[in-house]
Design a protein around this ligand. Structure first.
Ligand code: NAP
Length: 517
């Protein structure tokens, strides 16, 4: 059995106790184990700060970008091996494994490329300067300067590669070393990525560390120049945010958490329009991709009430074709859930929605067997669709994130302002997609939907040909949402670097400031 290792203080560490098992979700077999027992976390953080930090900060943006490009390349070269590992440890289909891995290498490559725009500078200008005195001689300019600490990157179980790569890309380009800590249950892919990165020598000494297993007492050793970038459940996010030591030290914490994402079908679309076809295609993908274990997956589908029967019928038809099973079986089109806990949580979530008044219109509410898998084994759960009588009737549909292939159709009267208010009942989402070719209707939803979402995906006939789906967190656009979604912000092009930098206001002679920068 594989024992995952940590890489801290420039050395590999193999634990001898405190192991947690990793399973193959299709067979339930134990395939690996992980523990961080024995890691000296204070020394690990100090090594990153004192060796890795200066090494990265001595590079300009273009040079840091070259590091990212090299890491993207070496991970890309191991793509086939990582896909196989991902299928084994996370149960994803080959296509879904690629989604995670290509997301990781693509985001690293994007920031590697973006670095060229920043050239040979070391600091990032924040907007234009302004005169502070009677003339331009006394000048003010805001500048982002890299923090001199370490960024601890704690990831969720569903994206073992992309999860750390998107955070690391921004931290590295900003000039801050990282300690990567993926969720233990699916850590094998990230652990193999860590080996590849270390073996390649692409990351300068001390800039990249990896923890297999828990964070131990690491968070107790974080200080005011450090960053904790967390992705996971709202409850863990709250626990980390409330950590007394980090509160006392004002450690910068970014939380990416749960989200009741919505899709809105506007009343203007007829059944044969391009936008309507896009709606069906993308809703099916959002429910089934990564077996619904995507923070951006659509959980609530708002449909004009006179279209509900037709939409449900079509979705039932399309989702009926999905074959849950072992991703290594040829018939399989959707893998199992990643862990037994996730299966229990999903079954309970569907039952809770039914109890709260939603009608199950597709699925049995129970685990199913999977294609190519032993009867009774594997965390399989077929696509499920529910229907709520109204947005008011089932308040739980706006509160409980069922993290599996599950979504609920909710009727509304067809009014844009009304549906935007329903979207807002999710109390803060990562993304809402609006399917409409009627610009003025979308405009009426914008103010409220914009205030309660990190991203609005405006799907229309004009962009249908190039549409990538609302679930894809493109590095060019911000990822993160207000309220329940954690209140965090990541990515968004160069904006993503600011989490790892301090904004300082420079006040002085214009000539001196221009020369310094
Ligand atoms: P989780 O149970 O909250 O775990 C997330 C991470 O936190 C794991 O690495 C976990 O490590 C770590 N962790 C747990 N307790 C900790 C503690 N006391 N100190 C330090 N680290 C701790 O979440 P999950 O089940 O992996 O992920 C599913 C959730 O993530 C869903 O709710 C989903 O919505 C959310 N998610 C959000 C986004 C987003 O971008 N907004 C993206 C993906 C997922 P161990 O595994 O070792 O316990």
């Amino acid at each position: 059995m594989e024992t995952l290792k940590s890489f801290v203080g420039g050395k590999w560490h193999t634990a001898t106790s405190g192991f947690r098992d990793l399973h193959d979700p299709s067979t339930e077999d134990i395939i690996a184990r992980a523990s961080s027992d024995g890691v000296d976390f204070a020394a690990a953080a100090s090594h990153a700060r004192t060796v890795g930090g200066p090494a990265l900060r001595s590079l300009n943006f273009t040079e840091r970008g070259a590091v990212l490009a090299k890491i993207s390349k070496v991970l890309g070269e191991a793509r086939e091996e990582l896909i196989d590992l991902s299928m084994k440890n996370t149960g994803v289909t080959r296509r879904d494994a690629k989604f995670d891995l290509d997301g990781a290498t693509g985001t690293l490559a994007y920031y590697g490329y973006k670095a060229k725009e920043l050239g040979e500078d070391f600091y990032l200008r924040d907007g234009d300067g302004e005169a502070l005195g009677r003339s331009a001689r006394f000048w003010g300019q805001h500048v982002h300067v890299p923090l001199q600490g370490v960024a601890v990157l704690v990831g969720a179980y569903n994206f073992p590669a992309w999860g750390f790569a998107e955070k690391m890309a921004c931290a590295f380009l900003a000039g801050v070393p990282v300690i990567v800590k993926p969720a233990t249950s699916t850590a094998w892919v990230a652990a193999r990525c860590a080996e590849i990165i270390v073996e390649s020598g692409a990351a300068p000494e001390g800039t990249f560390s990896f923890v297999a297993g828990s964070t131990g007492d690491l968070l107790d050793h974080l200080g005011p120049q450090d960053v904790l970038a967390f992705t996971g459940s709202a409850s863990t996010g709250l626990a980390l945010r409330s950590h007394a030591g980090m509160l006392a030290q004002n450690v910068r914490v970014n939380v990416e958490a749960d989200s009741l994402n919505a899709a809105v079908l506007a009343p203007d679309l007829d059944g044969s329009s391009d936008t309507m076809s896009l709606f069906y295609r993308e809703i099916v993908r959002e429910i089934t991709q990564k077996t619904g274990q995507k923070c951006t997956a659509v959980r609530r589908i708002f449909v004009p009430e006179d279209r509900c029967d037709e939409v449900i019928e079509e979705l039932r038809f399309r989702l009926g074709d999905v074959v849950p099973g072992d991703p290594r079986d040829e018939q399989t089109t959707m893998g199992p859930l990643c862990t037994s806990d996730q299966l229990v949580d999903t079954v309970e979530g569907v039952a809770a929605l039914q109890k709260a008044g939603a009608e199950l219109v597709l699925g049995t509410g129970a685990r199913s067997d999977g294609a190519g898998a032993t009867e009774g084994k594997g965390y399989f759960f077929a696509p499920h669709l529910l229907r709520a009588p109204s947005a008011d009737a089932v308040s739980l549909v706006h509160e409980r994130e069922v993290f599996g292939p599950v979504s609920t159709v909710i009727p509304y009267a067809g009014d844009a302002s009304e549906v935007a208010e329903y979207v807002a009942r999710g109390r803060g989402s990562l993304v809402t997609s609006i399917y409409s070719d009627d610009e003025s209707w979308v405009g009426q939803a914008l103010a409220t939907a914009g205030a309660w979402n990190g991203r609005l995906y405006l799907a229309s006939a004009k962009m249908a040909e190039q549409a990538v789906g609302s679930g894809l967190a493109l590095p060019q656009s911000k990822h993160g949402g207000p309220g329940r979604a954690g209140g965090g912000e990541e990515l968004g092009g160069i904006r993503g670097l600011s989490l790892y930098m301090n904004r300082v206001a420079l006040q002085g002679s214009k000539t001196m400031i221009e020369r310094l920068l």
